[in-house]
Design a binder for this molecule. Structure first.
Ligand SMILES: N[C@@H](CCC(=O)N[C@@H](CS)C(=O)NCC(=O)O)C(=O)O
Length: 210
C-alpha cells in the first residue's frame, strides 16, 4: 500500500500548537497502524496552489494513491475505510452520525466560543453570552450521553477522535469544568498511545521548523 500523506502548515503561532487539525488524521493513522508522511505548506504566504488542495486555504488535507481529501472529518472517514480498527461494518452508521455530531453539533458551538477565548473576550456582551449559552446547551447533553459510556459507540472509532479533539480545545480554556463525564471521556481518549504520539510529533514539528 502506498503511503498516506498529511499536508499541514510549515509553521503556526504558539497558541494553536498541539491543536492544528492535522492531529486528527495523525491520530487516526496511528490508531490504524498505517504509515504516513507529513508534507508542509506555507502558513504565512499561502501559494495559489494551496487552494487547489484546500479551497479555503486551510489545513489539513490527506493524499493517498490518486486521491486527495480536504476536511478533517472526510479524512477521518477515508482512513476508517482502510482500517478495521476505526469503524466496524456493524456500527458504521452509528460512527458516521457521531462523527457528524462532533463536527456539526458540538464543534459548531465550540468554535465561535474558542475564537472569543483566543481573542481575550470577557463574555460581557449579549453576543458573547449567547455563544456561551449555545456551547453549554451542547455540553450539557454530551455530558449526559457520556455518563454511562466509555466511547460514543460500542468501540473506539474515528467519531471519538473528532469528538475528543473538539472537546480538547474547550478544555484548554476550562470550558469543561462543570462536565465531569466529558472530562473523564476526554482523559480516556487522550491517554491512548496513538494520541500521545500524534500530539508529540505535532509539537516537535513546530519546535523545529520555521
Ligand atoms: N473544517 C476544516 C477546518 C480546518 C481548519 O480550521 N484548519 C485550521 C488549522 S487547525 C487552519 O487552516 N487555519 C488557518 C486559516 O483558517 O486560515 C477541517 O476540519 O479540516
Amino acid at each position: 500500500m502506498s503511503n498516506f500523506t498529511i499536508t499541514t502548515f510549515d509553521w503556526v503561532p504558539e497558541l494553536p500548537r498541539g491543536y492544528v487539525r492535522d492531529i486528527r488524521l495523525r491520530w487516526a493513522l496511528e490508531e490504524a497502524g498505517i504509515p504516513y508522511d507529513i508534507e508542509l505548506t506555507a502558513f504565512n504566504e499561502r501559494e495559489n496552489t494551496h487552494y487547489l488542495h484546500q479551497p479555503f486555504g486551510q489545513v489539513p488535507w490527506l493524499s493517498h494513491e490518486d486521491k486527495e481529501i480536504f476536511e478533517s472529518g472526510a479524512g477521518l472517514l477515508y482512513i476508517a475505510e482502510h482500517s478495521d480498527e476505526l469503524i466496524s461494518t456493524e456500527n458504521s452508521s452509528s460512527v458516521i452520525q457521531w462523527l457528524f455530531a462532533a463536527l456539526n453539533s458540538v464543534e459548531m458551538a465550540s468554535l465561535p466560543w474558542t475564537i472569543l477565548k483566543f481573542s481575550g473576550d470577557t463574555f460581557e456582551n449579549d453576543g458573547s453570552k449567547a455563544i456561551e449559552r449555545f456551547l453549554h446547551s451542547r455540553l450539557k447533553h454530551m455530558n449526559e450521553y457520556l455518563r454511562e459510556r466509555n466511547w460514543l459507540t460500542e468501540q473506539f472509532s474515528v467519531a471519538d477522535i473528532a469528538m475528543a479533539d473538539v472537546l480538547r480545545l474547550v478544555d484548554r480554556f476550562d470550558g469543561l469544568k462543570q462536565y465531569s463525564y466529558c472530562r473523564k471521556y476526554l482523559e480516556q481518549c487522550v491517554s491512548r498511545a496513538a494520541f500521545k504520539k500524534a500530539y508529540k510529533e505535532q509539537l516537535e514539528l513546530y519546535s523545529t521548523v520555521r
